[in-house]
Design a protein around this ligand. Sequence first.
Ligand code: MG
Length: 166
Amino acid sequence: MKIRIGNGYDIHCLVSERPLILGGVKIPHEKGLLGHSDADVLTHAIMDAMLGALSLGDIGHYFPPSDPKWAGADSLVLLSQVNQLIKEKGWQVNNIDSVIVAERPKLKPHIPIMRDRLSTVLQINASQISIKATTNEKLGPEGREEGISAYAVALLVSLEPEENIY
Ligand code: MG
């Protein structure tokens, strides 16, 4: 079985009067993430991990912030396009592991629905997506609540049938 691994990272600033969207889920909070799209850091990190696994560059290449087409874009739509791209290349997601770094709000109650949303878009089982959340112990930009970051690793497997070794 052919496999490829990729990692992704993203961070966005927390500001007033923006919705907080993580993993495609709108989370009640007094601040949200600033960005050209919906600024969903988790979904962005996952897309970069998927693209990185196939050395296909990063999301800035496919969805440049300079392009007004992507203003306010739903990151799940972008994720669907990245998934389509890797399928066209002959690959699919085997599993994803990720972590969101946020001092507040508590994210644990929202993780099951994030896994559902992301796995639906990726056409895989929710059990193939791991999402963890941690605080930054009040250290750094995440700890000071200036922003929220996310890290992701994606393992891709080839869609091609295994070679007959006989
Ligand atoms: Mg981003």
